[in-house]
Design a binder for this molecule. Sequence first.
Ligand SMILES: [Zn+2]
Ligand SMILES: [Zn+2]
Length: 165
Amino acid sequence: MTGAHHSDSSIVTISAPDWERLVVEACRSGQIRLTKPRRAMIAWIAGQHALFSTEAMAAAVATLPERIGRATAYRMVEHLRETGWLSRIRTERGVYAYARTLPGHHHHAICTRCGTTLIIEGCAALDTLYALLETQGFVVQSHILELTGRCQRCRIAEEARTFGG
Ligand SMILES: [Zn+2]
Ligand SMILES: [Zn+2]
């Protein structure tokens, strides 16, 4: 999971069970108290195979035995985003959706169909752009870069539909 140089780029993925385990560990080590409702929400997020909206999560977790309130669900999503466990992107329909990720500075290539997230470690891909901007006297101080598209599986599925009639 670790070890990528800042100057290299490498792509990592994280499985849902690994993500769930790491978030639970982070909560236990003191980020927030791991209450029953929070534990249930972490499990719900780990169970998602697509990007999800806060709205969708609030509606879903309200029906769980824990009967989690809307405000609690919204706060949890915000907490996980702030602590780096969720990445927020704007979907093709212009609404915000969330995908699982790992804390730290990363870039993401997110499939907007199924939510598969490739985590890009390192920023080497931006070197050319930084050099180009420097020729204009511009010094970059920070950056955000998120990529959206289709994962291999969804691309193949879509192509099969197109050609299969
Ligand atoms: Zn996909
Ligand atoms: Zn970067």
